[in-house]
Design a protein around this ligand. Sequence first.
Ligand code: FA5
Length: 335
Amino acid sequence: MDEELLELKKQALQEIANAQDSSEIVQIKSKYLGKRSQISRVMSSLKNYSIEERRTLGQICNTIKNEIVEALKAKNNQLISETSYSIDITMPVDEDRGSLSPITIVGNEVCEILEKMGFAIVSGPEIEDEYHNFDALNIPSTHPARDMQDTYWLGSHKLLRTHTSPCQVRAMEKYGAPLRIAAPGRCFRNEDIDASHENTFFQLEGMCIDKNISIPNLIYVMKSILSEIFDQEVQVRLRPGYFPFVEPGFELDIKCLICEGAGCSTCKGSGWIELCPCGMIHPNVLRINNIDPNEYSGFAFGIGLTRLAMMKYHINDIRVFNTCNLEELEQFGIV
Ligand code: FA5
């Protein structure tokens, strides 16, 4: 028996020495130390031997086992260290590193423009509560405007925010007036998806509250953003728009840059893209948020960042952003 075990050990150590990688180490371990290995069989048969034989044989088995375990560990460490040294650190780095998403790029650009005008960049939660998403924006639960922004409700009056406007409320609560903030972020709506509508999209909220703020201030800021973002001449139009949290409210559209205004699937044949609703903050909203509308006034806007990226990069279908298809993105010079 002793001879047999010593032969077994020799064989195991030889195989360990010849192992080429960690998977071989695992196989050798199982072969010589696993439940069905010869050593395990001898160990479990010890009860059939005399006490004296049991002690001697048990000791031999344990010593052999320990030697094999140590040899396996040492060989494994050796293989690992050889592997790490086998990386050729002089190889040139792969230059194809991808890039930021076009939406992030455009969002950062708008933030930079607004920062220069004294706006602070803030953020808010994507899982919002009903109060911040609706009530504090002058949209009580009975208001029909809630239907325009159907979303995913999570229970306990929580929901996936439908717009970045709750960031206005959180900023007013935290900082009071005067105030200038911009809040880019993701929004969610239960939406029929088409070339210009997704159920997940990005907006950038802007808000300015101070003494004597009026519509010309709003128009100046909107014009500054658009003229810096687009390297080309763009036509904009301002028309009345209804949002319960602004009065008066406007829709700011830009002439579709995909079809140059001729009409296409992106602009639904109208030649114009709804890009940035805006308006003067409703006195109720100021009041709800403890700001005196007799002392302060302000404007707010909500840029559709995803659509802005579509216009800037001439992407004719919003669904392209979610395809994760590098070929699609490469053709716009993004990657
Ligand atoms: C709002 O969400 C208002 N909170 C904006 C606002 C802020 C108005 C401050 C006044 C003052 P609206 O639902 O129109 O408004 O969305 C704003 C912009 O987000 C749209 O013009 C559009 O560019 C973009 N948008 C809206 N829904 C989608 C959608 N499903 N997919 C892609 N972009 C969208």
